[in-house]
Design a protein around this ligand. Structure first.
Ligand code: NAD
Length: 421
């Protein structure tokens, strides 16, 4: 049973456990293997005391969870957000395990986070927090062990501080300890836009499957951050109408489509989509209920839940965020015929290019942008096709199909390794 609710709408760890059982039942997975792979292997909680700019020491709470390492080192982002808690990080780590297996890259699942409000912290405070948190999780991380990356409110600069802190303890530069680094420190071409680009590839596959033209498709994006803004920009460049976008400070709408490159500049300058010229302000509830072809939740967990799922009027939901649709909502959306591209498939472009970055760092041999994109497109489209085949042949929804593919691969690795006691 989960320990603390992350959100009044539901605990993401409970949702992860529920979806695991649905897929494990469909796979008729034996009980011993279920028990081996269902729970996190390691959960580390740390207190990170930081001297704030006002001179007071504040004890931030942090976590690093390794969910499963049967297929390779743990891999997963680090989140800085006021709502971060142990259950959220455990859920996110388990989704990383299944995600890496869905795209068939040799990683297990991990995740980390610190409960903090980075928007109200100075650069000095953020750097100290990052370096001390890195020191606290040091026994767990390393290029062959556990490789962090950016997630909500963390970025390439924060990855650079993590890499520097880790490298200082070893006495030489170890770029492979994190991904999502600046290019000048061993980052990969294309990593920054990888998640959004993966969303585009899976949306293209879904449209083809549903015989829905992508050109002139109406798109709505909740969460105009790294994943959401890049997905919006790429879909805009494919002639979609991105009618609405939101972030934590506002929601905007224009029925004829927003000019996304200009909106990105507006967000960079002002810190929010709010107040964008040639748009009207709407509420978050109105945004999710807009009639559209493709709805992209790209913010946090539980955006679409039992209380609002029936208002969704999208044909496709492309889950750029992790865990944006609760199991309750899944049941409503299934009945209403909404086609879901589940998170562990839809947003797997980020971890896939993180894998490319790690390979390049380990080999000291760097690829050009076009090579990164070509490899990413191949992996995303192959993975979509594998999930779709299970969806059609086994008559399960797309989420269960993706979980069956991921969980099945982890189960197979566990069986072959003979990890029984
Ligand atoms: P980010 O920090 O770049 O952006 C998050 C955005 O969401 C911000 O614009 C923020 O204002 C907005 N937001 C927060 N609360 C909101 C709310 N209640 N309503 C609307 N908008 C809200 O983070 P990101 O890296 O883009 O991550 C977003 C989601 O994508 C997360 O679920 C993350 O786990 C997932 N994801 C990210 C990556 C990646 O490579 N960055 C990869 C896979 C999955």
């Amino acid at each position: 049973m989960a320990t603390a609710a992350a959100n009044v709408l539901g605990n993401p760890y409970d949702a992860a456990m529920e979806n695991f059982e649905i897929a494990a039942n469909a796979l008729e997975l034996e009980m011993n293997i279920r028990t081996m792979i269902k729970y996190p292997e390691r959960v580390l909680g740390v207190t990170v005391p930081i001297k704030m700019d006002n001179g007071e020491v504040y004890p931030f709470q942090g976590y690093r969870v390794q969910h499963n390492t049967s297929r390779g080192p743990a891999k997963g982002g680090i989140r800085y957000h006021p709502n971060v808690n142990e259950d959220e990080i455990k859920a996110l780590a388990s989704w990383m395990t299944w995600k890496c297996a869905v795209v068939n890259i040799p990683f297990g699942g991990g995740k980390g986070g610190v409960t903090c409000d980075p928007k109200n912290m100075s650069q000095r405070e953020l750097e100290h927090l990052t370096r001390r948190y890195t020191n606290a999780i040091l026994p767990l991380i390393g290029p062959g062990r556990d490789i962090p990356a950016p997630d909500v409110y963390t970025n390439p600069q924060i990855m650079a501080w993590i890499m520097d802190t880790y490298s200082m303890t070893k006495g030489y530069l170890i770029p492979g300890v994190v991904t999502g680094k600046p290019i000048s420190l061993g980052g990969s071409q294309g990593r920054n836009e990888a998640t959004g680009r993966g969303v585009l590839y899976t949306v293209q596959c879904a449209c083809e499957h549903l015989h829905l033209p992508l050109k002139r498709a109406k798109v709505v994006v909740q969460g105009f951050g790294n994943a959401g803004s890049v997905a919006a920009d790429l879909l805009h460049s494919h002639k979609c109408y991105v009618m609405a976008a939101s972030d934590s400070r506002g929601c905007i709408y224009n029925k004829d489509g927003l000019d996304i490159p200009t909106l990105m500049l507006h967000k960079e300058k002002t810190g929010s989509v709010a107040g964008f010229p040639s748009s009207e302000s709407i509420t978050p509830q109105e945004l999710l209920a807009l009639e559209c072809d493709i709805l992209i939740p790209a913010a946090l967990e539980n955006a679409i839940h039992g209380g609002n799922a029936s208002q969704v009027r999208a044909k496709i939901i492309a889950e750029a965020a992790n865990g944006p649709v609760t199991p309750d909502a899944d049941r409503v959306l299934d009945v209403n015929g909404v086609f879901i591209i589940p998170d562990i498939l839809c947003n797997a472009g980020g971890v896939t290019v993180s894998y490319f970055e790690w390979v390049q760092d380990e080999q000291h041999l760097f690829w050009e942008e076009q090579e990164v994109y070509a490899r990413l497109e191949r992996i995303m489209k192959r993975s979509f096709s594998e999930v779709l085949t299970i969806h059609l042949e086994r008559k399960v929804n797309m989420r269960t199909a993706a979980n069956m593919l991921g969980i099945g691969r982890v189960a197979e690795a566990t069986r072959v390794r003979g990890l029984y006691p």
